[in-house]
Design a protein around this ligand. Structure first.
Ligand code: HAM
Length: 428
């Protein structure tokens, strides 16, 4: 029997990993620039955490979680990062240590969705969660962080959608308004939506079923029901976005597929066809009740997560993978001994080195250096060692020269690390 990877779960081979590193490095830099520090939470959490926080009647919880029982515990492989981050925030009483906490994370998430281009069962998210600031200013800053990040990695063709869901009181009134809208047309709704009608009519608005779209089209908008405090917050967010120069569209139909949101919601979508139907790159919003819901104090929060595979599809190509900075081609015993030492010195200076220890002919070693895409090739034969020199072939500039062996490591390091786009010194 031929064993293959699980459907919707992909291998990422070394030639693709370069682009992943670049994206991850850019995200870390950008998040840290905004005061975020990395948090790493477990891949597996109690099933209850997701059921209670994401909502019993969401698609993710009802149909997509990888849940199992082990040693009497009900466990789930995390479908997202927010609930785990909030659980860790409460468990470690972080609120008692600092008034505002900014955490970012990178890692795999698992949802048993139907695989398609841009939609996987194991996918990677990069996300940020901010705890402790209730103000509209930080909502706008969070959205701006996302927009500037996308620009930073070369994605320009996107639209920021924003909406507000109001706080708990507003949502209860909205629930009633939705019920009044949908109940007379119950028979036209999908089976899922009919079932969810009483419990959670908001979910009908983000259903993927075309039967629900038709009935949702003229549903009331929550923006018309915001109370004064919600309205002030919402207007504050829009004003700050204007101050920051972030372009956005107000999307009254945006509700997002998870139950924990309050007030500000946002998504970033692309219009390009590269992603097929999976046009949402980023999703996020405020979730002011989660920390208290997990037994912590009343601490407001906001965050977002981006789908890394989707970002990579949209991110322009980076220059092809560069090989080692230096390829060492020794000839003879004393050449090989000196090469061993030189490789060690170069690595200590931050240069990636590949030493050809096969003892082959010069021609085949040069061919190997070329195939690897090495920047420099150093030829070190017994006669060179005797004369106290090395031969350097610059495989990019196509030049060859002889330099003294003494102090060669420094000279080679400077050349190999010479600032070039994607050069090793600047790369993370
Ligand atoms: P989400 O909208 O479920 O939100 O996911 C965020 C992003 O993850 C999506 O916009 C998409 O790019 C990517 N994504 C989701 N599912 C898949 C999949 N099956 N395959 C590939 N990519 C996928 C959340 O997860 C929230 N935790 C975001 C958040 C953080 N809200 C507040 N803080």
């Amino acid at each position: 029997m031929e064993l293959r990877a699980v459907r919707g779960m992909n291998d990422i081979l070394p030639e693709e990993v370069e682009r992943w590193h670049k994206l991850e490095g850019a995200f870390r830099l950008h998040a840290e620039l905004h005061g975020y520090a990395e948090v790493r939470t477990p891949l597996i959490e109690p099933t209850e955490l997701f059921q209670h926080q994401m909502g019993e009647t969401t698609d993710v919880v009802e149909k997509e979680m990888y849940s199992f029982e082990r040693h009497g515990d009900r466990l789930t492989v995390r479908p997202e990062g927010t609930a785990g981050a909030a659980r860790a925030y409460v468990e470690h009483a972080v609120h008692a240590k600092e008034p505002v906490t900014r955490w970012y994370y990178l890692g795999p998430m698992f949802r048993g969705e139907r695989p398609a281009k841009g939609r996987y069962r194991q996918f990677y998210q990069a996300g940020c969660e901010l705890f402790g600031d209730p103000g509209p200013l930080c909502d706008a800053e969070t959205i701006d962080l996302v927009a500037t990040f996308l620009q930073r990695i070369g994605i320009g063709d996107f639209v920021v959608h924003v909406n507000s869901l109001g706080s708990a009181g507003t949502r209860e009134r909205y629930r009633e308004a939705l019920l009044a809208h949908f109940a007379p047309r119950k028979g036209e709704l999908s089976e899922d939506s009919q079932r969810r009608l009483e419990k959670n009519p908001l979910r009908i608005l983000d259903s993927k079923d075309p039967r629900d779209h038709a009935v949702s089209r003229d549903a009331p908008s929550i923006l018309d029901l915001l109370d004064d405090a919600d309205q002030a917050h919402w207007q504050g967010v829009l004003r700050c976005l204007d101050v920051l120069g972030v372009s956005y569209v107000i999307d009254r139909s945006l509700v997002r597929g998870l139950d924990y949101y309050t007030r500000t919601l946002f998504e970033v979508k692309v219009t390009s066809s590269d992603l097929g139907a999976q046009s949402t790159l980023v999703g996020g919003g405020r979730y002011d009740n989660m920390v208290a819901g997990l037994g912590g104090p009343s601490v407001p929060a906001i965050g977002f997560a981006m789908g890394m595979e989707r970002l990579l599809t949209m991110m322009p190509d980076v220059p092809a993978r560069r090989g080692p900075g230096c390829f060492l081609a020794p000839l003879g015993q004393s050449g090989a001994d000196r090469a061993l030492l030189l490789a060690k010195q170069l690595r200590a200076l931050g240069v990636s080195v590949e030493l050809d220890g096969r003892g082959g002919r010069l021609k085949s070693m040069l061919r190997r250096a070329d195939a690897l895409g090495a920047r420099l090739c150093v030829i070190l034969g017994d006669s060179e060692v005797e004369r106290g020199v090395i031969q350097i072939k610059d495989l990019v500039a196509h030049l060859q020269e002889e330099i003294p062996l003494e102090g060669a490591a420094r000279v080679l390091a400077d050349r190999a690390l010479e600032a070039s786009p994607g050069g090793q010194r600047g790369a993370r």
